[in-house]
Design a protein around this ligand. Structure first.
Ligand SMILES: [Zn+2]
Length: 69
Protein backbone atom coordinates (compact mmCIF):
# COMPACT_ATOMS: atom_id res chain seq x y z
CA UNK A 1 0.00 0.00 0.00
CA UNK A 2 1.18 3.48 -0.82
CA UNK A 3 1.56 6.21 1.73
CA UNK A 4 -0.25 9.51 1.87
CA UNK A 5 1.53 12.50 0.39
CA UNK A 6 0.61 16.14 -0.13
CA UNK A 7 -1.34 16.82 -3.32
CA UNK A 8 0.67 19.97 -3.96
CA UNK A 9 4.31 19.29 -3.03
CA UNK A 10 4.09 15.46 -2.95
CA UNK A 11 5.88 15.51 0.39
CA UNK A 12 5.10 13.01 3.16
CA UNK A 13 5.35 15.51 6.01
CA UNK A 14 1.56 15.52 6.30
CA UNK A 15 -1.11 15.08 8.97
CA UNK A 16 -4.80 14.22 9.11
CA UNK A 17 -7.42 15.13 11.66
CA UNK A 18 -8.62 12.01 13.45
CA UNK A 19 -11.09 11.04 16.14
CA UNK A 20 -9.69 9.75 19.41
CA UNK A 21 -11.80 8.18 22.15
CA UNK A 22 -11.94 10.75 24.93
CA UNK A 23 -11.54 8.11 27.66
CA UNK A 24 -9.26 5.46 26.23
CA UNK A 25 -7.42 7.69 23.73
CA UNK A 26 -7.95 4.92 21.19
CA UNK A 27 -7.89 5.86 17.55
CA UNK A 28 -11.48 5.64 16.30
CA UNK A 29 -11.64 6.40 12.61
CA UNK A 30 -9.19 6.32 9.74
CA UNK A 31 -11.47 7.65 7.03
CA UNK A 32 -10.09 10.59 5.12
CA UNK A 33 -12.64 13.33 5.48
CA UNK A 34 -12.13 16.58 3.67
CA UNK A 35 -9.16 18.41 2.27
CA UNK A 36 -9.65 20.79 5.16
CA UNK A 37 -9.02 17.87 7.53
CA UNK A 38 -5.51 17.45 6.18
CA UNK A 39 -2.38 19.46 6.85
CA UNK A 40 0.93 19.69 5.05
CA UNK A 41 3.82 20.85 7.22
CA UNK A 42 5.78 21.98 4.18
CA UNK A 43 3.00 23.95 2.46
CA UNK A 44 1.58 25.00 5.84
CA UNK A 45 -1.89 24.68 4.36
CA UNK A 46 -4.89 22.34 4.06
CA UNK A 47 -4.37 21.21 0.49
CA UNK A 48 -5.50 17.60 0.69
CA UNK A 49 -3.65 14.31 0.44
CA UNK A 50 -3.31 11.61 -2.15
CA UNK A 51 -1.89 8.10 -2.15
CA UNK A 52 1.66 8.07 -3.43
CA UNK A 53 1.64 6.45 -6.86
CA UNK A 54 5.15 5.04 -7.09
CA UNK A 55 5.51 1.86 -5.04
CA UNK A 56 8.91 0.21 -5.13
CA UNK A 57 8.78 -3.44 -6.19
CA UNK A 58 10.06 -5.78 -3.51
CA UNK A 59 11.19 -8.51 -5.85
CA UNK A 60 14.79 -7.29 -6.03
CA UNK A 61 15.47 -7.35 -2.30
CA UNK A 62 13.87 -10.78 -1.96
CA UNK A 63 16.10 -12.04 -4.74
CA UNK A 64 19.20 -10.68 -3.00
CA UNK A 65 18.32 -12.41 0.26
CA UNK A 66 18.03 -15.78 -1.46
CA UNK A 67 21.46 -15.36 -3.02
CA UNK A 68 23.06 -14.69 0.35
CA UNK A 69 21.72 -18.03 1.68
ZN1 LIG B 1 2.68 20.15 0.69
Amino acid sequence: MGKFVCKICKGDNVQIRAWINANTHEYQDDSILDDTDTWCEDCEDHKGLEIEKTIKPKKESEFDKKNFN
